[in-house]
Design a protein around this ligand. Structure first.
Ligand code: AMP
Length: 187
């Protein structure tokens, strides 16, 4: 069973996802990471992607969905995938559901809950450590959080209505949260 990881920027889902990958061998698909690789490629596509990432806006639908499609096609059917950062809006959800269903893959969703204020504090620290341009600019960080609230939360609500969302409290230490996640997912 694949896992689709949701959480506001700064919720710590990246850290938790890495631990799940290490312990359970998921294939990691991190939408933002894949897009940052394209940004760094120096191609025309990379420059287009950069304009969106650097402004905290969503990269156009066709670009991100092509990346997802290629990744899913490259992963063997018996290998579980952990998706982080996709789907982020209703259109992406529709396309994502179709891609996974066409590949015969099933998934469950995990939503890490954290208040916006707490998330803002955490992300300030991350910008200093990782040197990310889009994390350093408070305005861009707030824009990404706004997009999460406006566009991604309705997606999570739809999955919740389908009964495939597990919620985990994102407050506490990395270890505490990780244990909560494993318990919630029966891992
Ligand atoms: P993240 O690392 O998940 O915060 O993503 C960093 C940036 O990558 C976002 O602010 C967007 O510009 C872009 N991005 C990541 N995931 C997506 C997605 N599913 N759709 C469009 N753009 C995305």
């Amino acid at each position: 069973m694949d896992l689709v990881f949701f959480g506001i920027q700064g919720s710590g889902k990246g850290t938790q996802a890495k631990r799940l990958v290490e312990e359970f061998g998921y294939y990691m698909f991190e939408a933002g990471g894949e897009l940052r690789k394209i940004k760094a490629s120096g191609t025309e596509l990379g420059n287009t992607v950069a304009r969106y990432i650097d402004n905290g806006e969503l990269v156009p639908f066709d670009i991100i969905m092509q990346v997802v499609k290629e990744a899913v096609a490259a992963v063997p059917a018996d290998q579980q995938i952990l998706f982080d950062g996709i789907p982020r809006d209703e259109d992406q959800k529709k396309a994502f559901d179709e891609i996974l269903s066409a590949a015969g893959r099933e998934f469950t969703c995990l939503h890490m809950l954290l208040s916006k204020d707490e998330a803002v504090e955490r992300i300030k620290g991350r910008a200093e450590i990782e040197g990310r341009v889009d994390d350093a600019d408070q305005e861009k960080v707030l824009r990404r959080m706004e997009l999460f609230e406006e566009k991604t939360k309705p997606v999570i609500a739809e999955y919740a209505a389908q009964g495939i969302v597990v919620e985990v409290d994102g407050n506490g230490s990395v270890d505490e949260i990780y244990e909560r996640i494993k318990t919630a997912l029966h891992l």
